[in-house]
Design a protein around this ligand. Structure first.
Ligand SMILES: [Zn+2]
Ligand SMILES: [Zn+2]
Length: 260
């Protein structure tokens, strides 16, 4: 991580985040193993001797099982971080993503804080060795900087932990209530107010907007950040980033209408 911060090398950031999310998955599974080793395995419905050839529990099932084991204490420290870790790992493994400083450092410190809190609360009472004792000495300073980053740059907003950058972007975005398309003003579609939400239930479950948007972290009733893959087009009601009514240009999320 130290090198990735200095060089701002997307590939190194990818490695740092991949290692962190992998470590988190192993820690979650270790807690299941402590509770009962059978909880580590995917399919428990039919008795087969447990060995290393058996498929282990998926990320999502591991979390559901942990909720039974640890109760609401586990959810209290989560606040969106388990989803964040999952999305990050998924995007790195399956897509070609460009991860750049400082956003990646915010993600890193956010997931790391969750991992450390989970360890202290749910593993330390069983394993008795502080997490810091497991860290190589030349990495301790780096680790403390990442913890500090969490304290200074991560805020609790929309019921989850997110970076100040993301929060400021969301707050600013709420001012942009309309889009200009084909020389007309169109009122933007807010999260949870999509036409499909009313008319096309299987597509959206009734509770889909109860959690912050998976892409831009906005909350129900607020506007998405322009460029979010969940925003609907007010003109044609398809996905705004792909329908072609506007073209979003540049990192600052400016846009041009396609019908001039
Ligand atoms: Zn969104
Ligand atoms: Zn459209």
């Amino acid at each position: 991580m130290a090198r990735s911060k200095q060089e701002n090398n997307p590939l190194l950031w990818k490695f740092a985040l991949l290692h962190l999310t992998q470590a988190l998955e192993l820690i979650l599974k270790e807690r299941l193993r402590i509770e009962n080793p059978v909880l580590l395995y995917a399919n428990l419905d039919r008795f087969v001797p447990l060995d290393q050839r058996r498929k282990t529990v998926s990320w999502h099932s591991a979390i559901e099982r942990l909720k039974y084991v640890l109760g609401s204490d586990m959810l209290q420290i989560d606040a969106g971080r388990l989803s964040l870790a999952y999305e990050l790992r998924n995007s790195m493994v399956h897509f070609d993503v460009n991860l750049m400083f400082p956003e990646t450092y915010d993600y890193y410190s956010n997931v790391l804080d969750y991992l450390a809190k989970f360890y202290d609360l749910f593993l330390l009472p069983n394993v008795h060795t502080p997490l810091s004792d497991k860290i190589e000495t030349d990495l301790v300073e780096e680790l403390n900087l990442a913890y500090l980053r969490f304290d200074t740059d991560i805020v609790y907003y929309n019921d989850i932990f997110m970076s100040k950058l993301d929060r400021d972007g969301l707050q600013q975005e709420q001012q942009r209530t309309h889009l200009m398309i084909a020389a007309a003003q169109w009122e933007r579609v807010k999260y949870g107010c999509e036409r499909e939400y009313e008319q096309m239930q299987p597509l959206y479950s009734a509770t889909y907007a109860d959690r912050p948007c998976h892409d831009c972290l906005t909350k129900k009733g607020d506007l998405h950040c322009l460029g979010c893959d969940a925003e609907r087009c007010p003109r044609c009601h398809h996905q705004l980033i792909s329908c072609g009514c506007i073209q979003i240009t540049g990192y600052d999320k400016d846009y041009q209408t396609r019908y001039e």
